[in-house]
Each structure stands twice: as structure tokens, then as C-alpha cells.
Design a protein around this ligand. Structure first.
Ligand code: HEC
Length: 202
């Protein structure tokens, strides 16, 4: 091996070292982890007014009024939503929720053999029985009406559907409870249509 050859080998080695070194420098520069000044994303969510706000402004129609036009047959069909957890027939089993035979005017948390939540038992102390008002409030908003209730159900927001179901629940009895009297003011309004308006057909 002459000195020329040794020079070539050393040259090649130095060249390789140089290339490897440059690649390391460049890739370090490219992939260096710069810690961000503000770690993470800041997501600014605006609290919007919908929810409790406008709902309060909505006109609340009393259950007594709603029941005047309610349809128990439609309510029976809609009751399918409840059947995952409730039976309706006399002597029916308790499932996730208690059997609902005779629920209108039944004592709250009063069905034997069912283990009610503490929240429901407290509500029973305060409200007593499932009259139309209490049923209406509970089915509109189970958790809003009975805090701590074990009934995992969002509620029936639609007035007519809720009234239909309550009208159906009323039929689950040997002698159904009387329907509530419609409020006097609303009866007058319904019976005396404004001038120029056609009277109701029925
Ligand atoms: C996911 C299961 C589930 C669904 C769906 C459900 N419920 Fe319930 N319901 C329960 C449970 C559990 C309770 C007992 C609540 C407690 O102890 O807090 C209950 C309690 C009740 C009560 C009070 C009973 C009593 O003896 O005091 C009524 C009335 C009622 N439900 C009606 C309905 C109606 C009507 C529907 C359908 C619109 C419905 N539930 C849908 C689980 C359910």
C-alpha cells in the first residue's frame, strides 16, 4: 500500500465523518423540540344563553289544559319509551323502575317491593302523591323535579306527548281518576272565540 492509497482511505473516512456530522446537525436543527410558549390549545367556549334562559320565557301550559286534548291511545304507543324500565299491567313486575299500575294519585315511592332512591323518598315526604301536576313536572324533567332520582330518563319535552302519556297512565286503574278541571280563564277563551274567528267544528 503506497502513501497515495493511504491518503485516499483517510480522505474517504474523513469525508464520511463529515457527511454524518452534517446530517446530524441538520436533522437536529429540523427536528428540535421547541417548547411552546403557551402549552396546549386554549379553547374559548362562549357560554351561550340557550338552555335555562329562553325556556323560562316559554309559555307554560297547565297539565289540566293539556289533558283536555290528550289521546290515551297515542300515549299507550309513546309509553314504549318507558317499557324498558316499567311494566303497566296490574300486578306487573318491578323492572329497573317500579310497576306503574294505578300510578295517578298513588303514593310517591309507594310501590311495594321496589327500592326507591333517597331522592325519590325525600320527594315523597314533600309532595305526597302522584297527582297530575307532580306527574307532569316529573315527566317533563325527572332530575329537575326529583333531585337524585334513579330514573335515568331525559324527560318528555313535547307537551302533547307528555299529556298523551299521562292520559294513558290514568287508564291504568280499575276506576280512573277524574280528569282535572280546565282553568276557568282558559275555558272561557276556548268557548268564546274572538269575533271573526270560526267557532271550533266540534
Ligand atoms: C331507564 C329506565 C327508566 C325509563 C326509560 C323510565 N323510567 Fe320511570 N323510573 C325508573 C326508575 C329507576 C324509577 C325509580 C326512581 C327513584 O327511585 O328515584 C322510576 C320511577 C318512575 C315513577 C315514580 C314511581 C313511583 O312509584 O313513585 C314514575 C311515575 C315513572 N317512573 C314514570 C315513567 C314514565 C311515564 C316513563 C316513560 C316516559 C319512564 N318512567 C321511563 C326508571 C325508568
Amino acid at each position: 500500500m503506497d502513501s497515495f492509497e493511504i491518503n485516499k482511505i483517510i480522505g474517504a473516512l474523513l469525508g464520511t465523518v463529515f457527511v454524518v456530522f452534517s446530517i446530524t446537525l441538520v436533522s437536529d436543527a429540523l427536528f428540535a423540540a421547541h417548547p411552546p410558549a403557551n402549552p396546549g390549545y386554549i379553547i374559548e367556549a362562549e357560554e351561550e344563553g340557550h338552555g335555562a334562559g329562553p325556556a323560562e320565557e316559554e309559555e307554560v301550559v297547565s297539565i289540566a289544559t293539556l289533558l283536555q286534548d290528550a289521546d290515551p291511545a297515542a300515549g299507550e304507543a309513546a309509553f314504549r319509551k318507558c317499557q324498558a324500565c316499567h311494566t303497566a299491567e296490574q300486578g306487573g313486575a318491578n323492572k329497573v323502575g317500579p310497576n306503574l299500575w294505578g300510578i295517578v294519585n298513588r303514593a310517591i315511592a309507594g310501590h311495594e317491593g321496589f327500592s326507591y332512591s333517597a331522592g325519590m323518598r325525600a320527594y315523597a315526604e314533600e309532595a305526597g302523591t302522584w297527582d297530575y301536576e307532580n306527574l307532569n313536572a316529573f315527566l317533563l324533567s325527572p332530575k329537575g323535579t326529583v333531585s337524585g332520582t334513579a330514573m335515568a330518563f331525559a324527560g318528555l319535552r313535547k307537551d302533547d306527548e307528555r299529556a298523551d302519556i299521562i292520559a294513558y297512565l290514568r287508564t291504568l286503574a280499575d276506576s280512573p281518576a277524574p280528569l282535572p278541571e280546565p282553568p276557568a280563564a282558559e275555558t272561557e277563551a276556548a268557548e268564546a272565540p274572538a269575533e271573526g274567528e270560526a267557532a271550533p267544528a266540534d
